[in-house]
Write a protein that binds this ligand. Structure first.
Ligand code: ATP
Length: 306
């Protein structure tokens, strides 16, 4: 009897420990699912789009933390297939607009509508499938440049990769490398400059072919060749898409259909480059500053009034 007791006791302890572990796991999974920030509305349909849509921010207010409002009644419309640029000092709330459009966070008040559909009423999967994002800092995998461009589109053909790289003004750079598209990049491979990485992200976005494009321009300084390449790539990428550019260099966005100037979470000026220069306000001041700081010989021409 005593001989039997020890193993039975051991089994009892084991049973209790396993049960406890399962309970902990259950609690952990419940916690994880509770922490998912945003759920689809029950029975939410997918976003319905035919080509590039109209995007409206309607009196949008937002705070990451209740005590610190970030956006105040931001109201603007992006016409289908046009480019809207947002400029303003660091911390003004420019990137927050992009995060709200992607529904990383829920608006506090007001709404964001795409072709009249409130983004809260459609599935997040369909919303995110419709938006291509070119982030400030693109993460590259320790893999070939081909893989990095095609990432997100498994099985994509070589022709499509090369076409996207050409449109993103990346092809000539890649071809000049001894191993071309087989060149390893990332931490353990060839280090690409900020501008080159951003062009990889533009090529990725082009392969996705989304009707809405959000480009969060890299803050890092670019040499003028890289800057020209980005401008060219952006022009191709933005064609026939509804595009939001969070801009740090005003030269990138001088031909945008509309420029919004933000300060402390509010739109303080809006118009085209020419209109804003004529108005002689904050945008004109920023433009003059950037012109003064531009490299000698790289002075940018303002586009002629339409
Ligand atoms: P930059 O030009 O430097 O990229 P920005 O205009 O894009 O700046 P946002 O990134 O939109 O500015 O940030 C607006 C404000 O919100 C800033 O004061 C920032 O500190 C704050 N903020 C941004 N992200 C968070 C977050 N996850 N939690 C709390 N506050 C945040």
């Amino acid at each position: 009897m005593i001989q039997l007791y020890a193993p039975l006791n051991f089994l009892g302890v084991l049973y209790r420990e396993i049960r406890q572990a399962l309970t902990d796991m259950e609690r952990m999974f419940r916690l994880l699912s509770e922490q998912r920030e945003i759920d689809d509305a029950p029975g939410a349909p997918p976003l319905r789009l035919e080509g590039a849509p109209a995007v409206r921010f309607e009196r949008v207010s937002f705070a990451y933390e209740p005590a610190r409002p970030i956006l105040h009644q931001v109201d603007f419309e992006m016409a289908p297939g046009t480019t809207t640029a947002v400029v303003g000092a660091s911390g003004a709330g420019k990137s927050t607009l992009a995060r709200l459009l992607f529904r990383f966070y829920e608006v506090g008040a007001g709404r964001i509508a795409i072709d009249g559909q409130d983004i809260r009423s459609v599935t997040q999967a369909s919303l995110r499938a419709a938006i291509g994002i070119v982030p400030q800092d693109t993460v590259l995998f320790n893999d070939t440049i081909r893989y990095n461009i095609g990432y997100g589109r498994p099985g994509v053909g070589e022709d499509e990769i090369v076409a996207a790289a050409k449109a993103a003004r990346l092809h000539d750079f890649v071809q000049a490398l001894p191993r071309g598209y087989d060149t390893m990049v990332g931490e353990r491979g060839l280090k690409l400059s900020g501008g080159e990485k951003q062009r990889v992200a533009i090529a990725r976005a082009l392969l996705k072919d989304p009707p809405i494009l959000v480009l969060d321009e890299a803050t890092s300084a670019l040499d003028s060749r890289n800057e020209q390449a980005i401008q060219g790539a952006l022009r191709v990428a933005a064609a026939n898409r509804t595009t939001l550019v969070v801009a740090h260099r005003l030269s990138t966005i001088a031909d945008a259909a509309q420029i919004l100037v933000m300060a402390d979470g509010r739109i303080v000026e809006r118009g085209t480059h020419v209109q804003l220069l004529r108005a002689g306000g904050e945008y004109a001041r920023l433009w003059a500053l950037q012109q003064r700081d531009a490299e000698p010989g790289a002075q940018r021409e303002a586009p002629a009034p339409a």
